[in-house]
Design a protein around this ligand. Sequence first.
Ligand code: GP9
Length: 404
Amino acid sequence: SEEEFSRINDSIGEKNDLSQLDSYGIAKGRNVILIAAESLQNFVINNTVNGEEITPFLNGLISDSIYFEEFYHQTAQGKSSDAEFLMNNSLFPLSRGAVFFSHASNKYHALPEIMNNHGYFTSSLHGNNGSFWNRNLMYRQLGYNRFYTQDDYRIDRENSVGWGLKDIKFMEQSVGHLSHMPQPFYANLITLTNHYPFDLDEEDMYIGRYNSKSNTLNKYFPTVRYMDESLKVLFENLKEKDLYENSMIIIYGDHNGISANHNRDMSTYLEKEITPFVETELQQVPLIIHIPGMEGKVISTVSGQIDFRPTLLHLLGIDEQKQTILGNNLFSREREDLVILRDGSFITDDVVYTNEHCYSKKTGIQTDNSLCLPYKENVKKQLSYSDRIIYGDLLRFDKNLHEN
Ligand code: GP9
């Protein structure tokens, strides 16, 4: 009901005005190119396999980007679609099923719509079928002006592998689309090659496979390396088409690619035991914000996909105080260092809570549950607010939604 919406809103409270910070509006007016990097986990960054770099392009890019090194995916069964939901709505996905399917006719007040209201042309680009994850229906509610799907790409046997169009070809053709868009634009590019089961043609292997009993883990590294190469191609193409200087390019990992089924071989690779603590850490994905001409910096605060939207709007200098969201601007100094995963696990500066156990962040050793206790109530509340907003379609009562 409307009352419930007001109650939740009152409890979330209005966000602080952060327009006085130096970071406010530093990317104002730029095109925004957001890359969903399929199954990209953070452990491959600045790491090697068989002595070879796995993400040479990203490793270089990070040095002149804002890199959030402790950023978590918060997805559940809806995988890539959950990641999109989090990034665009700053709400949690559901604990079961995919909100992209179950609540695709709800009212949202999503990032593409807000950007659109601020003069942006908004689109999503993906070399797969438009109905995958129900995107073609959900995107209408999220406010995208245009969805480029497999019908907008030249796809043949030569240029595809596994799930479809190879990432390098996808990037080349996508920049073709970007070059025809009205500016400024907000474009969401969804990669595909680094998808389970990580199939790759011999000619696209820039590095060799890992050697363990897990075929999945072995094959993961060359496809990550291939995706990394596709990002290099993206940047080259953007520069060629004069789209680089006036854009900001953001890369994020959507969810994990290597599940707990591969813990034994993962443990060999990482040379450490995969405890529930380490398994939680492995849910970190990269978030890299590249603003051409601006200095890089590494930000270590714990954060998650839910925090992306207020952070982006802050950089664009778009006011976000009055929105019904559960994430926090990552440039805010008052922000509580807490990230909640969809299964109720959480991470703070000092502790990690998962599977009903509390671990010291510093040592990774299980500690007294009382250290995690103070956060539990808030964690439960946040997840339940999000659920109630989705199940009750409560954003239809959002007055901001109608003012815009
Ligand atoms: C499908 C692609 C993959 O279009 O985005 O989705 P996933 O299986 O990773 O959720």
